[in-house]
Design a protein. Structure first.
Length: 95
């Protein structure tokens, strides 16, 4: 079973949680915080979404859990599944 909860709705800024759980995987969605990062050699402020993933190691071993978290992060960073803001509404690749 997978559970998800959103903590970011309670205020501004990032947050994280370590919650006891009865679920195999629990994802806690925190807030969005502005943090400094180096981008193309210069220091800039970027928005970061805080996520906490809790895994029951009696059910899932650490290596597959780490791969899942890494893969999920890649999809989120690429905005996978979200429409391209540069394309007109309703445009798709189907003929």
């Amino acid at each position: 079973m997978i559970a998800a909860t959103a903590l970011g709705m309670f205020g501004r800024g990032g947050s994280w949680a370590v919650a006891p759980t009865n679920y195999t995987v629990q994802v806690n969605v925190g807030g969005i915080a502005h943090k400094p990062r180096v981008v193309d050699g210069s220091l800039e402020t970027r928005e970061f979404l805080s996520l906490t993933v809790t895994v029951d190691h009696e059910v899932v071993e650490g290596a597959p859990a780490a791969r899942f978290v890494s893969w999920s992060g890649e999809l989120l960073e690429a905005a996978h599944g979200l429409p391209d803001p540069d394309e007109p509404a309703g445009a798709d690749d189907r003929d």
